[in-house]
Design a protein around this ligand. Structure first.
Ligand code: PLP
Length: 384
């Protein structure tokens, strides 16, 4: 299968695969027990936390292992956490992942004030409007994506925190799509909370990470794991795999993946979302001039996996809210546009040959969006 859906989830990284094959079955003890085998796992969790803290440039005491990005986000965006910090309003955007969007919608029903910052047609946050919202709503919680999962558009989080801090706001980033795609230096970004997920970078599913420098209240009450702030028996293999996956990240492969993405986009003759602003190197989201659902199914028949946007919504025919919010009306209504955009998200394991196969399928089924070029022997002409 040609897999072009890495923003949805990723195959296991090299070391994680080796771990699953060699040691996974041995690591079944409860890390919180006091036998020697458990103590070893407990020490390993401490070492994982330190390694990850070094990678993210933060203190290990500010890191908490959770089950997924959604859990980390929900912990920050909880009534209890907001109350613990005397916060009654949230500044966010319409471009967030459903984990944030839906939780914030719920908080609104509970009486929280929610302010949505404007964005432009590239999916960039309107910084002037953001500052105005901070001026009018000091001491808010700001919650924004650092990298958009659908378009790959990056937000200048340093600028966000610089503005937000002037008005005593706390800042949470949904950093799920940042890991492995851009440098994440938490000290430098100066955020108060950040949420991450293991399965986006080659770790096992079932592990997330919460960075919390400011107070938060636990979602669950139970045992003393994670200093009582995230109780529940440790998912040791998943936590260990997160460390391995982080160690396997290779920022040098960015150039290769970006060349693949550029090769794809050079072959297209269509609107590419977020193309005129800063984007991560692996994502391409473009108008396909037909039903994206139909095209995804057609590509699946050719053994090519792509998506119409967030995987969490893949089962529902709802068009992407993110793409609708770009408000592109030159192809019909904004909703029609959203029904016709496709997301391709690449990784180092992809090749020029795969891109050419993909383009040839598009040429057959969505001809109008492909430039009229021949791909014969292209992969041999290009340096792979
Ligand atoms: N935030 C973003 C930007 C995502 O892309 C995702 C997953 O698609 C999530 C949050 C949710 O993460 P998880 O699947 O670990 O719950």
């Amino acid at each position: 299968m040609i897999y072009f859906d890495h923003n949805s989830t990723t195959p296991y990284s090299k070391s994680v695969k080796q771990y699953i094959q060699n040691d996974f079955v041995k690591d079944w003890h409860n890390p919180s027990s006091i036998y020697i085998n458990s103590e070893i796992l407990n020490q390993n969790i401490r070492s994982c936390r330190n390694t990850i803290a070094n990678f993210l440039n933060c203190f290990s005491k500010h890191l908490y292992f959770t089950s997924c990005g959604t859990e980390s986000i929900n912990t920050v965006l909880s009534e209890d956490t907001l109350n613990a910090n005397n916060i009654s309003s949230i500044i966010t955007s319409h471009l967030e992942h459903h984990a944030s969007l839906n939780k914030i919608k719920y908080l609104k029903t509970k009486g929280l004030f929610v302010h949505y910052v404007k964005n432009n047609d590239q999916g960039e946050i309107d910084m002037e409007h953001f500052e105005q919202l901070c001026v009018k709503n000091p001491k808010s919680l700001v919650s924004l994506l650092s990298v958009n999962n659908e378009t790959g558009v990056q937000t200048d989080i340093k600028r966000i925190t610089h503005i937000a801090k002037k008005f005593d706001c706390l800042v949470h980033i949904d950093g799920v799509q940042s890991l492995g795609k851009e440098l994440v230096d938490l000290e430098d970004l100066d955020v108060d909370y950040a949420s991450f997920s293991g399965h986006k970078i080659g770790a096992l599913k079932g592990v997330g990470l919460l960075y919390a420098k400011a107070n938060f209240n636990p979602l669950m009450l139970g045992g003393g794991q994670e200093r009582g702030l995230r109780p529940g028996t440790y998912n040791y293999p998943a936590i260990y795999s997160l460390k391995l996956a982080i160690q396997d990240l290779d920022l040098n492969m960015q150039k290769h993946v970006k060349k693949l993405r550029d090769h794809l986009e050079k072959s297209l003759n269509t609107r590419i979302n977020g193309q005129k602003t800063e984007r991560v190197f692996n994502t391409s989201n473009f108008y396909c001039n037909m039903s994206n659902q139909a095209l995804v199914l057609c590509l699946a028949k050719h053994n090519i996996a792509v998506s119409t946007g967030s995987a969490c919504n893949a089962g529902t025919p709802e068009p992407s809210q993110v793409i609708q919010m770009l408000n592109i009306t030159s192809y019909g209504s904004a909703i029609d546009y959203a029904r016709s955009c496709l997301r391709v998200s690449l990784a180092a394991s992809n090749s020029y040959k795969e891109i050419d196969t993909f383009i040839n399928v598009l040429k057959k089924h969505a001809a109008s969006i492909v430039k009229n070029t021949s791909f014969k022997n292209r992969s041999t002409q290009l340096q792979i």
